[in-house]
Design a protein around this ligand. Sequence first.
Ligand code: GLN
Length: 381
Amino acid sequence: TNPVFTGVETTVFETMSRLAMAHKAVNLGQGFPDVDGPLDIRKAAAKALIDGSNQYPPMLGLPELRQAVAEANSRFYGLDIDWRTQVIITSGATEALTDCIMSLVEPGDEVILIEPLYDCYLPLVKRAGGIPVRLRVTPPSWSLDLEALDAAFTAKTKAILINNPMNPTAKVFSEAELAAIAQLCVKHDVYAICDEVYEHLVFDGAAHRPLMSFEGMAERSLRIGSAGKTFSLTGWKVGYITGAPDLIDPIAKAHQYVTFTTPPHLQKAVAFGLAKGDAYYDDLVGDLSSKRDRMAEALTKLGFGVLNCDATYFLTCDITGLGIGDNDVDACRRMVEEAGVAAVPVSAFYGGEAPTNFIRFCFCKQDHVIDEAMSRLEGWM
Ligand code: GLN
């Protein structure tokens, strides 16, 4: 007998982080901040760890975190969410995605995915027996072809998985694109799994709008968030799903056998974090957008074709004509080995034939780290 999870490679984030460590490189590959999130949130976790309880919390999550998630939905988006029946806490957005796909997708169901796509989507959908239907957005605008979108919906479509704001494109879906997706979901009676982990990392005065807030979408959307992104605590792996009670119920059935629950002290601290005042959220955006500008300016000077970045903490760049080759995987390998800077090849975000001239840099790093990376690149190129 053989193990069956074949055709699945080690994720590019792990691969690049291992290489970064081996070559003592500045790691601008895997997306994580190099400074931990707010001290008061970490202290809340430490206090809860010491005071206890350190036993299994309720399977759906601590009531205070479910309440905080419901409250955040109302505060930021005007969504009316019943914390008792419409919120479930998971061990990161990754588990949330797994639970949603395991509970909704049956063998033969088509699931629409928008490409480039976050790395776990395809293997999860395939493992559930689903048939991925990949719909591509293309640079530099990454805008959605509404005719192709319409054509992607068939009688077999069970769900669409949308990542908004989108990794690695740093795109925020337009109101018109979201409205078109919503209309098609309603028309074809399709679920929407909404990976909105970057909901609070939206720049230049723009505001995130959940797909769930569109007409007819409350009953068919599963909105996924992550404390890792919102509070710069990626190692905590605390995620949350908001959705209609009749969807949360089957998702809980998946969750109970995937992880059952999530560490209680982290849940308590995230509840405290979500209630932070507007200044916290504004500072996060201000801080990250100045880092985006710092890195974008330096990369542009070096000749990279830096694409627009409206959200997330990633810059995607065209490497054409730079003299570092026109193959992203090769360029990233040489960059980490020779320049001591790790980035991620964007072709890793495709399930089929992919463009090979884009690489992704993560900019949620201290200014001196960004500067060091840029000067290493300058010396190398
Ligand atoms: N989401 C992060 C990224 O895009 C990586 C998370 C992970 O390593 N699994 O870089």
